[in-house]
Design a protein around this ligand. Structure first.
Ligand code: NAP
Length: 367
């Protein structure tokens, strides 16, 4: 495994945007445990639902936590938080997959303007030497059906999402546009990489599962796991594959992308793909029959009919139901030295956290 250059980076504070988020909270925790001084941006630092868990984590850690207010839409919103930082983790971006009201206003604008605003602040802050952008596998592919159109049986870092747009998979579109924009802005510095002020390293996580540090989160993976407890799948499991990665491994992937001197390019963070039915089997083996985990698959025709009730357009369901979804994550394993937890562990640990925190309704239990 490559060595992590912690000594030189430890001197400067690090910035984490969207620090209260599901993924970023684990990143902040790991950074504080390693002794970093973390400048954490949130939309409202006075809202205890957003910051209470971060302050509790910071208590007793060797690193220090400083909270700053910043909105993605504010052109100078990140300047104060970024001052003096050596490393920037840009994780903040709206994550809405179901029932998107206004794709441009709710997704594309904050994602792309936010990326521009953060990177322009980086250009104004000479202490920053590296930016780690939280992109996604949805910047790599649009729908599982896209796999049929490529050479090979899995997506890798050479692939880009070419099938999403403002109407079809707008969240994926917003992530694709913002990653492309980040590469463009990074490339507009000195052409010679050695002379550029900062470099960009991108991580592309799959569906992130695993215990949340906050009960006030509605990240997509959390919603997916809650569906298993709230009876959504009681009629059966749709033939869908999910490319899963654990939130704790995503945090570690960010840290390695930030600290390894030779890290560069994109990194797919996926442990393995599981079908909804396989996830149900894992949950049943851990939690027994107390919850309405599906025992059988529903036909694609039935799943297609049910999709809109879950806020998923039929056009999206059509291009994902029944298709395999596979990723090659060798680059993250080899270049970042990451070891991914088995997806079964993430699924079980996540559901246990939802139970422990009372986020799976008791009514969902069978008598
Ligand atoms: P999350 O919990 O919803 O976190 C998103 C963060 O972005 C929150 O802190 C949110 O702040 C912030 N944000 C959204 N709009 C903002 C705005 N206008 N100004 C300032 N902050 C804003 O979701 P997450 O799963 O942790 O996502 C974090 C990153 O990982 C995102 O870039 C997402 O695209 C990426 N990602 C997530 C997954 C996944 O499965 N969860 C997979 C791949 C990539 P508020 O709390 O105030 O809304």
């Amino acid at each position: 495994m490559p060595m992590i250059d912690q000594t030189s980076q430890l001197r400067a504070p690090v910035l984490v945007t969207g620090a209260n988020g599901y993924v970023a909270s684990w990143l902040v925790k790991r950074l504080l445990e390693r002794g970093f001084d973390v400048h954490a941006t949130v939309r409202d630092p006075r809202d205890p639902r957003k910051t209470g868990h971060l302050e509790a984590i910071a208590h007793g850690c060797p690193g220090t936590l400083s909270l700053f207010r910043a909105d993605l839409l504010d052109p100078h919103g990140f300047d104060r938080a970024m001052a003096g930082c050596g490393l920037v983790f840009h994780t903040a971006s709206p994550l809405i997959v179901r029932n998107v009201e206004d794709p441009q206003r709710d997704l594309v604008e904050p994602a792309t303007l936010g990326t521009r605003n953060v990177l322009e602040a980086v250009n104004r802050t000479p202490s920053v030497r590296r930016v780690v952008l939280t992109s996604s596998i949805v910047a790599v592919y649009g729908d599982a059906a896209d796999l049929q159109g490529i050479d090979g049986d899995r997506f890798d870092e050479s692939h880009w999402n070419t099938t999403s747009n403002e109407r079809h998979q707008p969240y994926s579109w917003s992530k694709t546009l913002s990653e492309r924009l980040a590469w463009k802005i990074a490339g507009e510095q000195a052409h010679d990489r050695e002379r550029a002020q900062w470099d960009l390293v991108v991580v592309n996580p799959g569906l992130v599962l695993g215990p949340s540090l906050s009960i006030h989160t509605s990240a997509e993976g959390v919603l997916v796991m809650r569906d298993f407890g709230n009876g959504y799948y009681r009629f059966g499991a749709p033939a869908l594959e999910l490319a899963i990665v654990d939130v704790r491994d995503v945090a570690e992937g960010h840290i390695r992308a930030g600290l390894l001197p030779n890290a560069r390019g994109r990194h797919i963070l996926v442990s393995e793909s599981l079908s909804v039915l396989e996830m149900a089997g894992i949950l049943r083996s851990h939690f027994g029959d107390a919850f309405p985990f599906p025992r059988q698959a529903v036909s694609n025709a039935a799943a297609l009919m049910l999709a809109p009730s879950r806020g998923i357009p039929q056009a999206v369901a059509k291009r994902n139901l029944g298709y395999p979804l596979r990723f090659d994550s060798r680059r993250a394993r080899d270049r970042l030295g990451l070891t991914f937890r088995p997806a079964a562990e993430s699924v079980a640990d996540h559901f246990r956290q939802l139970l422990d925190d009372g986020l799976v309704p008791a009514a969902a239990r069978r008598p």
